[in-house]
Design a binder for this molecule. Structure first.
Ligand SMILES: Cc1cc2nc3c(=O)[nH]c(=O)nc-3n(C[C@H](O)[C@H](O)[C@H](O)COP(=O)(O)O)c2cc1C
Length: 220
């Protein structure tokens, strides 16, 4: 049985375009694969704690030298990492905030990109001092924007600080099987928004239909 970790990072609920699409993804995926196990991490409604000085001291202390209070500092990070490690598939909804990810999603990244747990730092290895530790995961990332044209090839891709960032940080910990879906025009509403949503919904359907094992037959 495959495990999906669904991550939502919009603070909006029923008005959220990303939640609409992550929900559609889960519904259609589970229709195709009914034995899927689901885990839902709601960063938009329960944001992770930003890392602190005490967290950093704990994370960078060798595990055998951590005090009890240091171990406690890492409880949230351990829980977030354990559910990420256990997942085979990630379905992530990200609203564009000021061209980048929302603070709650960045706080999650800072909790799960952790030395000794999701990557190794071996300075003596001059060729490759940083080594990813996580197993590969089929990852779907749904991005919603107020305007449109932020996707690769679009007129505003140069402003997009989400996809280039995620294509850097996820492979750093071992997750490079990334597939993006964009929906735009939230600020315009009406037909423009509806057309964007329709296209995104079709892409979600296409990705699910064309998933074979861990690959997408032919991405459009
Ligand atoms: C704080 C904030 C910053 C935003 N920044 C951008 C932006 O840089 N570019 C853009 O096109 N839309 C921006 N938007 C619009 C959102 O990306 C858009 O409403 C999107 O649909 C939000 O996702 P959601 O519907 O899942 O909540 C911003 C919205 C908010 C609330």
């Amino acid at each position: 049985m495959k495990k999906i970790l669904r991550i939502d990072s919009s603070p909006r609920s029923s008005r959220s375009q990303t939640r609409r699409l992550t929900q559609q993804f889960i519904t259609q995926w589970c229709t195709k694969y009914p034995d899927t196990e689901l885990i839902h991490r709601d960063l938009g409604h329960q944001p992770p704690t930003p890392v602190s000085e005490a967290w950093i001291a704990a994370a960078f202390a060798p595990p055998g030298q951590r005090t009890e209070s240091m171990t406690n500092q890492l409880t949230e990070s351990d829980a977030l990492l354990n559910e990420l490690i256990a997942a085979d598939i990630l379905v992530i909804g990200i609203p564009m905030y000021n061209f980048s990810v929302p603070a709650s999603f960045k706080a999650w990244i800072d909790q799960v990109v952790r030395i000794g747990r999701s990557f190794l730092f071996e300075p003596e290895d001059k060729q490759q001092p940083y080594k990813p530790l996580l197993a590969e995961k089929l990852t779907f990332i749904i991005i919603a924007t107020g305007d449109a044209g932020y996707e690769p090839g679009g007129p505003y891709f140069f402003l997009n600080q989400i996809e280039p960032y995620l294509r850097t940080v996820f492979p750093f910990i071992g997750i490079s099987n990334l597939h993006f879906v964009y929906t735009g025009n939230d600020e315009f509403g009406g037909e423009r928004l509806q057309q964007s949503l329709d296209a995104a919904q079709q892409k979600v359907q296409y990705l699910i239909t064309n998933t074979i094992g861990n690959t997408i037959k032919k991405e459009v």
